[in-house]
Ligand binder design. Structure first.
Ligand SMILES: [Fe+2]
Ligand SMILES: [Fe+2]
Length: 290
């Protein structure tokens, strides 16, 4: 039973029992007052209990409504802050302006599917607001690109090894930025938030299932689940979009590449769920139609 429910229950009991307490209390202090001496007394007390119960119910209902509205307002404020933060990196990388929005949509679809029916559903269900946090986290995956110079980030053509090394730092820089934001949040509020998930996604979204990714060379389930989900959606959207250095692939070409990378770049379980998800293909088709 959660604490809030316990408080409501206590409040309800106190209010409902107040007429009984009053009846006994007067009986103890006044010799002229016998508790429940007449039928009228009993009916009177029962009526009071019903009224008090109704009053408690109304007050609890109003409190739940008010708290829910506040929570909703907080969630909206949070979402706006995330989008603003993410748009800082996006602003410099004009070609990917729709990239973050689509990743959020893909992550939601794929996340819902994995949560519903997969070996990961137990874990995902046990985490409070996992999918919502995952969507927020996915939007921030490339926040570290804010620190990559324009000459490299917007270079049309193949990057040199040195330039690619600079690009790679967007993972560690992103996670550093989000780690300090996360620490601040925890210090002030005392609980964890989507930022904890966001910093792991920022750091690990270029890790590969076979251990050949960066920055930490993690392999298999050592790569945080959230990062494995975002990684697939990120790659899928990157290859099916036009970029400065390449033309967009078709959905079929992207699917072929993803299938080939099952168990190499991508988690096999997540790949299978992704390949079965028709909705993603429909969104891509709609997005590029005309
Ligand atoms: Fe990235
Ligand atoms: Fe990306």
């Amino acid at each position: 039973m959660n604490t809030r429910f316990k408080k409501y229950l206590l409040f309800f009991i106190i209010l409902c029992f107040a007429p009984l307490f009053r009846e006994f209390f007067f009986g103890m202090v006044s010799h002229h007052h016998q508790p429940f001496a007449t039928i009228e007394d009993i009916l009177h007390t029962v009526l009071e209990i019903v009224i008090m119960g109704g009053l408690a119910g109304v007050l609890i209902f109003l409190d739940i409504r008010f708290t829910r509205d506040k929570f909703k307002e907080l969630r909206v404020t949070q979402a706006v802050a995330i989008e603003t933060l993410a748009s800082l990196a996006e602003y410099r990388d004009a070609e990917t302006s729709q990239h973050l929005q689509r990743i959020g949509i893909f992550v939601k679809i794929l996340g819902d599917k994995l949560k519903k029916d997969s070996p990961y559903s137990g874990y995902m269900r046990s985490q409070f607001s996992y999918i919502e946090d995952l969507v927020h986290a996915s939007v921030l995956h490339d926040i570290g690109k804010i620190a990559v110079p324009d000459g490299i980030l917007l270079k049309p053509g193949v990057l040199t090894d040195e330039e690619f090394d600079v690009i790679k730092t967007h993972t560690t820089i992103g996670s550093d930025i989000l780690t300090s934001a996360d620490l601040q949040f925890q210090k002030r509020v005392g609980t964890q938030s989507y930022l904890t998930l966001a910093l792991t996604v920022a750091r690990a979204h270029h890790e590969k299932w076979d251990g050949s990714g960066y920055p930490d060379g993690l392999a298999g389930e050592n790569i945080p689940l959230a990062a494995r989900i975002v990684a697939l959606c990120d790659v899928y959207d990157a290859v099916t979009s036009d970029r400065v250095y390449k033309k967009a692939w078709s959905h079929e070409e992207a699917v072929q590449m993803i299938r080939k990378n099952r168990g190499r770049h991508f988690d096999p379980v997540i790949t299978d769920a992704f390949l079965l998800e028709e909705k993603i293909f429909e969104i891509t088709k709609r997005e590029y139609a005309g």
